[in-house]
Design a protein around this ligand. Structure first.
Ligand SMILES: Cc1cc2nc3c(=O)[nH]c(=O)nc-3n(C[C@H](O)[C@H](O)[C@H](O)COP(=O)(O)OP(=O)(O)OC[C@H]3O[C@@H](n4cnc5c(N)ncnc54)[C@H](O)[C@@H]3O)c2cc1C
Length: 399
């Protein structure tokens, strides 16, 4: 333990257990914004690297560093809500599951959520985490303001009106701009959802999926290749009273924050690409062909979701309506052969990889598929010229 008592030797691993911080890293449990600012300044001055950890659910090595890992779990909770604007300030270390009730009590809710709610809101927004819904954007799109500690030790507020030149780079930032201490989120009035799930042969539902995705607020398809069956979930707004105890996934009716998250306890690794919406069906067909031909025993689910276009620089849905397709494997397996083969298919369909899931793209390839790549790096570099907030993974893709 150091003099401050806040620094311990690292034993940081990610959720799947596949990633681990190297020996020599230290973890700092951030206690306040002043602590975050001082940590950033001291780490920068010492010439060490600094990465922030959310809940460690990323499959890409975004967090590991041999420098300092700032654990933000101590900065948690809702700071303030504003019913008139439908906005709220929240601490960046807040787990998404801890946002639901306090926001609900203020009459507010996130417009959408991903498959699970275990991530920190700071981590989820940093990587473009999304749910499903043709008209719904990812969580980074909900970021309308942020406060962060820069490597200089300065605490800055950014939004469309405060330091607006920094704002586009901070909405989805990969942990590379500073320690984000708080976020302002655009929410919507609290709402209830009814979820319906059914299982059907893939052939019966794949041609109907487009129709389901148009007719319902949310639609999601999980295909289990070796059984050639698909689990389909559709979710819509309802005025029905909540039904407690909550049913199993696929049969819930309650408030949005109670219905949208599910449990994904099986430790897995995952690859996910976003393709233009119109390329979704043909890309999915190509993935099916690949699995039938080269990986006939792969029984883990392939997930198919939709996502609205947005204006977030590094978003995988930047300026294009999107379909996301993901493949899973047990965490203990070597995901290389399957994920690389799937990645080639995704790339043939103009795919952009999820920042937090497995991909193998170099900087040149990322620059080619992200129109705002160079702009993002220019703003990032202006905020952190010495590269304190980079690690080996990000340094390797730097222009
Ligand atoms: C079981 C499971 C289900 C998932 N489901 C979905 C899904 O439905 N949709 C989807 O899009 N993704 C999904 N993901 C991916 C997940 O949402 C992302 O990996 C997300 O980034 C995880 O958030 P985290 O809090 O664990 O962040 P971490 O993995 O800890 O960190 C992610 C990034 O955020 C940075 N960061 C975190 N907090 C801060 C902060 N306060 N300041 C600065 N930088 C910060 C880190 O440095 C890192 O770069 C899933 C992952 C798992 C394991």
């Amino acid at each position: 333990m150091s003099e401050s008592g806040a620094v311990t030797q690292a034993v940081w691993t990610n959720w799947s257990g596949k990633l681990r911080a190297p020996d020599g890293a230290t973890i700092h449990h951030v206690r306040s914004e002043a602590d975050a600012a001082a940590l950033a300044a001291a780490t920068g001055a010492a010439g060490r690297r600094l990465r922030v950890a959310g809940a460690g659910h990323s499959h890409m090595p975004l967090v590991p560093t041999d420098g300092v890992i700032a654990d933000l779990s101590g900065l948690s909770g809702v700071i303030s809500t504003d019913a008139a604007t439908g906005r709220a300030w929240v601490w960046a270390g807040t787990p998404i599951h801890a946002l639901g009730r306090p926001l609900h009590e203020a009459g507010l809710a996130l417009a959408n959520q991903g498959d699970i709610d275990r991530q920190a809101i700071g981590g989820a927004t940093a990587t473009g985490t999304h749910g499903t819904g043709r008209t719904l954007r990812n969580l980074s799109s909900a970021v309308v303001g942020a406060r962060l500690a820069l490597a200089s030790g300065e605490l800055v507020d950014v939004s469309a009106t405060e330091r607006p030149e920094l704002f586009p780079a901070v909405r989805l930032h990969l942990g590379a701009v500073g320690i984000v201490t708080r976020l302002e989120l655009q929410l919507r009035p609290a709402f209830r959802l009814r979820e319906q799930g059914f299982v059907a042969p893939l052939a019966e539902v794949i041609d109907r999926f487009d129709e389901l995705a148009t007719a319902n607020r949310h639609a999601e398809l999980f295909w289990y290749p070796t059984r050639d069956r698909a689990v389909v979930k559709v979710i819509d707004e309802t005025d029905d009273e909540p039904e407690y105890p909550l049913g199993p996934e696929g049969r819930r009716c309650a408030w949005s924050y109670e219905v949208l998250p599910s449990h994904r306890d099986w430790r897995h690794s995952e690859i996910e690409y976003s393709v233009p919406a119109e390329a979704g069906p043909v890309c999915f067909a190509a993935i099916r062909e690949l699995l039938a031909r080269d990986f006939p025993t792969m029984g883990w689910p392939v997930e198919y979701r939709t996502l609205a276009a947005d204006d977030v620089w590094l978003s995988t849905a930047y300026e294009r309506p999107t379909v996301t397709i993901s493949l899973h494997l047990p965490a203990a397996d070597d995901d290389g052969p399957l994920f690389r083969a799937a990645e080639a298919v995704f790339r043939d369909h103009d795919g952009r990889p999820h920042w937090a899931k497995v991909h193998h793209l170099d900087g040149r390839s990322l620059a080619a598929i992200h129109p705002a790549w160079d702009q993002w790096w220019a703003v990032r570099d202006s905020m952190d010229p010495a590269g304190t907030f980079l690690n080996d993974h990000l340094q390797a893709v730097r222009p």
